[in-house]
Design a binder for this molecule. Sequence first.
Ligand SMILES: NC(=O)c1ccc[n+]([C@@H]2O[C@H](COP(=O)([O-])OP(=O)(O)OC[C@H]3O[C@@H](n4cnc5c(N)ncnc54)[C@H](O)[C@@H]3O)[C@@H](O)[C@H]2O)c1
Length: 267
Amino acid sequence: MLNDRLAGHIALITGGGGEIGTAIALRYASEGASIAVADLEPSKAEETVRKVVEAGGKAVGLGVDVSDPESCAAAVAGAMEAFGKITTLVNVAATVTPDGTVETLSLEQWNKAIGVNLTGAFLMCKYAVPHMRAAGGGSIVNIASQLGHLGVQNRSPYCTTKAALIFFTRILAMDHAADNIRANSISPGFILTERSSKRVGGKDKARVINGPRHLLNRPGEPEEIAAGAAYLASSDASFVTGTDLLIDGGYVTFKGRVQPDGKTTML
Ligand SMILES: NC(=O)c1ccc[n+]([C@@H]2O[C@H](COP(=O)([O-])OP(=O)(O)OC[C@H]3O[C@@H](n4cnc5c(N)ncnc54)[C@H](O)[C@@H]3O)[C@@H](O)[C@H]2O)c1
């Protein structure tokens, strides 16, 4: 165990079968939390569970479609059945959103992005909050994006849902402060995962193309997001609520590129 900062915590993680979700599950377990790993693809959730258990942690796997209210209620019930309480909810699940403008995107594509990326967090909070209150409080961590801060052409479904998720989190923090529930979002920069790298043709290309967009001249790793998520779940963040934590290597700080000589040029 890394430390016991999250001992006694029960964390429900959606999108827990993905790369960032898996890193968060492993980090939480290494700090003593028990994990309910929920994902649209149950086999991916089970793979994360296998990794957590192999590392000496406790986890159960659940299937969930976060855009479906009944499925969200069932996932929360599943976590309760497995562990008897929920102290931490991490909304990581997001759908791969299509590129296009208002003229080329269909209403179905738009609604799907809203349904998974935004309504998904709403629904999971809706069903988990009563249990978190009953547990005496807890922490909600919503995974937003640097693209909820800086827009990208042709990606209104993604950018809009992530910007809205940041704002939703603020209101969530207001609504449930009296329940001792803290709510914060994390906005990652470009994190080297299969999903994000596919757009530019793989991880090697993504390093070269996306790395220089960050002041630190490299993409981030899922474990760097997990470290922030563990902080926000822990009592080290006991006075932190309603905030958005940029873990982005300086992506949002400047509109430019780092050149091979290490100097930055502004765009
Ligand atoms: N990788 C990056 O560069 C980056 C940057 C900023 C923000 N993010 C955010 O981080 C999160 C994780 O990204 P990742 O790169 O690990 O992606 P990923 O594709 O590896 O993980 C996403 C997971 O969500 C699951 N999922 C999709 N639709 C779902 C649904 N309807 N219900 C439940 N689960 C569903 C997928 O099966 C997958 O396991 C996402 O919210 C993403 O928007 C990623």
